[in-house]
Design a protein around this ligand. Structure first.
Ligand SMILES: [Zn+2]
Ligand SMILES: [Zn+2]
Length: 318
């Protein structure tokens, strides 16, 4: 299966400010030698050689992931602002002609996970079909309520694609062709669900908006079926360890807790996700670098857990 990240930021969309862009330009110029800027080609190659945090950004759009199974079926996880850009891409294909079919899985209905729906182009094209799954019994009402006239000029029903809502069993399984999708209830204000995707012996786990505090760690065995032996796990790491202690019950985790959980369940690759809106790109570099140091402190698991950090455009083949 393939996974592409279209939105990685937590809580609120976070565009770059002019101040930050100017800082990045200054930083890049301070690293350039005369030969780096001698020609258009050398400038291009110099820019490509710079780290993402200087030449680009981890991204400011809120949660949206695109998952493709082996038949290239489209599965979308969450509808944050990242879904607008995914929608623009889909419109170039069969979704632009009203011939597309897709599945949407919703973890929960906090704004940062549904706010892109009114701007999702394929929803406006008649003929497109979407099946929307969630364990919340009132999921349709929740999504419709976002677009009442006082909040947005176009109701959900006036977006003319066929949109069918399905309530799935809490902590139950769902099958899409050969892919099994298990959901797991997570600790988060108002609740949230993680999803585990299994296909042909490969496993991808997605859990955003989850708090693994001391209470959850006490009953960690109840998470075994969900996490065990995942090839890739995307995990909510919004806070640093210090912040996670000061923000008990805010509903998010830190990289160090994510690493502890990954080590407990033999996860092979961990992707840090749902970045704090107040963290700039340099801070996210530091979050990743600290995570690598923390992994290396565990000599028993050293070399067995790989860690990366989510950014817009990241693609994984699992
Ligand atoms: Zn969130
Ligand atoms: Zn949330």
């Amino acid at each position: 299966m393939k996974v592409r990240f279209w939105g990685v930021r937590g809580s609120i969309p976070t565009p770059l400010s002019n101040e930050v862009i100017q800082y990045k330009i200054s930083k890049a110029l301070s690293l350039a030698s005369p030969k780096d800027i001698a020609s258009e080609e050398s400038i291009e190659s110099f820019v490509r050689s710079l780290p993402l945090s200087i030449a680009g950004s981890y991204g400011g759009n809120t949660t949206t992931l695109e998952v493709r199974n082996k038949y290239n079926d489209l599965i979308i996880i969450d509808c944050g602002t990242g879904i607008k850009h995914l929608g623009n891409q889909l419109l170039k294909e069969e979704f632009g002609k009203g011939q597309g079919t897709g599945t949407i899985l919703l973890t929960h209905t906090h704004w940062d996970h549904i706010q892109g729906i009114p701007f999702f182009g394929p929803f406006y094209i008649p003929g497109n079909k979407f099946n929307i799954y969630s364990p919340y019994k009132d999921i349709k009402d929740r999504v419709e309520y976002q677009q009442v006239f006082t909040h947005f000029p176009i109701n959900l029903e006036y977006m003319l694609a066929q949109k069918e809502f399905f309530i799935i069993d809490r902590e139950g399984e769902l099958f899409l062709n050969d892919m099994r999708i298990l959901n797991k209830s997570m600790r988060h204000p108002g609740g949230s669900y993680g999803f585990r995707f299994e296909e042909d012996g490969k496993t991808f786990v997605f859990t955003s908006d989850c708090e693994f505090n001391i209470d959850e760690l006490d009953k960690i065995e109840s998470y075994r079926e969900f996490f065990q032996d995942a090839d890739v796990c995307v995990f909510d790491t919004q806070y640093t360890f210090e912040e996670s202690i000061n923000k008990i019950d805010w509903g998010h985790s830190s990289a160090s807790i994510a690493i502890d959980v990954a080590n407990m369940f033999n996860i092979k690759k961990l992707i840090l996700f749902h970045h704090e809106p107040d963290y700039n790109d340099e801070k996210l570099d530091a979050v990743l670098s600290n995570a690598k140091s923390y992994i290396n402190m565990n000599t028993r698991r050293r070399g067995k857990l790989e860690v990366g950090i989510a950014y817009e455009g990241l693609e994984l083949e699992i």
